[in-house]
Design a protein around this ligand. Sequence first.
Ligand code: GLN
Length: 234
Amino acid sequence: MARPSRAPSFAGRPDSLGPVRALTLEQPEWTGHKDFVPPDMARPRETEPLPAESVDTLVIGGGVAGSCVAYWLAREGIEAMVLPGGESSTMLRLLDSTGLRAPLEAFVRTRPVLGTCAGLILLSREADRLPRPTFGAIDMTVERNGWGRQVHSFEDTIDAPTVARDLRGVFIRAPRIRRVGKGVEVFANYQGEPVGVRQGRVAAITFHPELTEDRRLHAWFVREVAGLIPAEAR
Ligand code: GLN
């Protein structure tokens, strides 16, 4: 099925998609990943601020995961964005040093976004020990590395009845959500605490959905939050 195409809303771009460039910040290993060597991707050098209007697709962090998302977005055009996991302090520093904070914030203010793990931290109103302010797109307070160190990372079934049954969550140095504001809907819980939240067009989860084969959460985001048709239904 043909899919409507809409131009991204980055800083005054005209209403045409043009060549899509995807950027993945933080972890360079995508270049060597066997499945993902998209030719139209460029990784910015930290020292060269990028003109905002040259950015069509922006994926912050996440290494291979981020690259997968970037690849998908680069092929499909930009309707929505996933801010994947990574290291939120590094991601925020890089956003400033590359000049990408403003276009990313503009996107987050106007378009559907799913933040996962460090992406959730970026979207939160408050989080601890960060060098720069977060975006404040979801009214919540987050504790970084709330489950402990890398060795305390784990996988378990989470409770997200409106998304899918028996959804597995992979928690890697995951944040914990300590407070949610009145306007925030909790759609996923683990052991009685929120691990998935949504405020309007912006959703966020503390775990990594891309590390299992299960794409139901992504499909839910595309369909229910972004109001688009998931790839498998086209
Ligand atoms: N601990 C990381 C942070 O605070 C998040 C980890 C992740 O994204 N898997 O940014």
